[in-house]
Design a protein around this ligand. Sequence first.
Ligand code: NAP
Length: 261
Amino acid sequence: MGYDVGGKRVLVTGASSGIGAGLAVAFAKAGATVGICARREERLKEVLARCTEHAPASRMWVTDLSVPDEVDGLADAAVAAFGGVDVLVNNAGVPKRRHVTRLEIATVEAVASLDYLSPVRLTLALLPQMLERGEGRIVNVSSVAATLSSPGEAAYAAAKAALSVWSEGMAVDLWDTGVKVLVVYPGVVDTELFTLPDNDPFTAEVEKITVDECVEAVMAALSREELQVYVPAWFADVAARKAADVGGFLAGTAAYVRGRT
Ligand SMILES: NC(=O)c1ccc[n+]([C@@H]2O[C@H](COP(=O)([O-])OP(=O)(O)OC[C@H]3O[C@@H](n4cnc5c(N)ncnc54)[C@H](OP(=O)(O)O)[C@@H]3O)[C@@H](O)[C@H]2O)c1
């Protein structure tokens, strides 16, 4: 049978573009009421319009998740609007790609704050009402960077690795509660993430998949109640090969970067 999102109340962060926008619309099409948030109001309005075509009670909140009070405010607003949140999708994130020799601590802190601490904060705020009902789903969008130590992404990879390990620890603690956790490991998905200002250029040559392909895989993994999903799936094999020979993998990555610069 699996998990049916029809009739559920879903909160998706970072839904003004890319994977978050795609997921929000997919949830609405599947019969869920969707709450979306991000900083860009006009872009959110466009996504909300696509959601309300299918799920008229859907709502949006302009929120800067790097501000802790705004994270708490979002949780309160979503519960007040919908009467509860059944599925939390922690998707908002920024890479701030920067070679470690040019990385400043303020950047590392900013990435950790948005990519790791804000999903944790939002989860802790929404978990009690899930536990009360004995049912809930938390979907944390990590990255293959978390397991593959992508070059030029030390701050990002570390924040995403923290999110992944947090998710696994949380999944164990919540095992018998009815609240389940899914960790998503996107590879390279064709979004605005690669053209953001204030980031080193992304130079690896990896074929990009579409947002729709990523969304389809996430919705399927959620329905099958999986604990993790790599998108595309072959990245799981790469992660396993790295785990079997970390030294060889890192040397190979360094050689690849050297060959391209
Ligand atoms: N694309 C990939 O290949 C890839 C690979 C691995 C992991 N991921 C992860 O997938 C997630 C979605 O990324 P994407 O590829 O879809 O890129 P994207 O189109 O740039 O989406 C990022 C989303 O995060 C939101 N966001 C950024 N800073 C925020 C803040 N301070 N407060 C609230 N929202 C904020 C953005 O909205 P506003 O700018 O409007 O606030 C946007 O909606 C991210 O966590 C990313 O790390 C992506």
